[in-house]
Design a protein around this ligand. Structure first.
Ligand code: ADE
Length: 227
């Protein structure tokens, strides 16, 4: 898979993609993440990518020209399954969407900044608009990083234990059960006995029960999606 991220401050995401699972996924060649600085596509010497909104009002708006230039350059080099704009007024992201997007080959993620992007850029180039939640961030960079992370960890051979993404919260509309590691007792707090007994069938049953219980108490709305 290839993910191209367009932003006017791409360095915001450098560290995020340079560590841990996301770095390993790139080293293994499972995913190629390319950053593109919108300012490289500006038409004037000041590398200007934003301007005042027509009609007045507070905040700046990202201009259509650098966005069009950057997307068109990428699209002339390879075809993309989706051109995604990260925006609080998009469809709220969830595990189902991450699963669906993890099956795509090439994605462009466009990050907004300031007051957003010129509406014509949305109409002309964007195939999908995604929000990561009902709150407003200073820009789409964190949202793009979160979206990319949720997709990349699902790609084959990214997680060392292939099954571990399958047991994530939400993967089967249930929250994940509690997990424990050594020591078996800490300041009088003991790990549930069943996890220490070595009976895999009982452990599995316990985890299923705990996942259901946790979902019922914390997110009963998720149980409506259970088949
Ligand atoms: N940009 C700013 N806020 C955002 C959000 N909640 N989701 C996606 N992109 C955003």
């Amino acid at each position: 898979m290839r993910i191209d991220i367009i932003s006017c401050v791409p360095s915001l995401m450098d560290s995020f993609f340079a560590h841990s699972i996301l770095q390993r996924a790139q080293t293994k060649g499972v995913v190629k993440v390319e950053m593109h600085d919108l300012k490289d596509y500006a038409s004037n010497q000041y590398r200007q990518v934003d301007d005042y909104p027509f009609g007045g009002g507070a905040g700046m708006v990202l201009m259509i020209e650098p966005i069009a230039k950057c997307i068109r350059k990428l699209q002339s080099e390879q075809t993309y399954d989706e051109v995604i704009y990260l925006t609080p007024d998009g469809v709220t992201h969830n595990q189902k969407m991450a699963n669906e997007l993890s099956l795509k080959k090439n994605l462009i993620l466009l990050c907004g900044h300031y007051k957003g992007i010129d509406e014509r850029a949305r109409e002309m180039f964007i195939t999908r608009e995604i929000s990561i939640g009902d709150y407003v961030l200073s820009g789409g960079e964190l949202a793009a990083a979160i979206l990319a992370d949720s997709i990349i960890r699902l790609l084959p051979n990214v997680l060392s234990d292939e099954t571990s993404a399958l047991t994530d919260s939400f993967q089967d509309s249930l929250l994940a059960p509690p997990v424990y590691t050594r020591p078996a007792e800490f300041e009088g707090n003991k790990v549930p006995e069943i996890l220490l007994g070595g009976n895999h069938k009982l452990v599995e049953q316990w985890r299923d029960d705990q996942a259901y219980l946790r979902t019922k108490t914390r997110r009963p709305d998720l149980l409506e999606n259970l088949e």
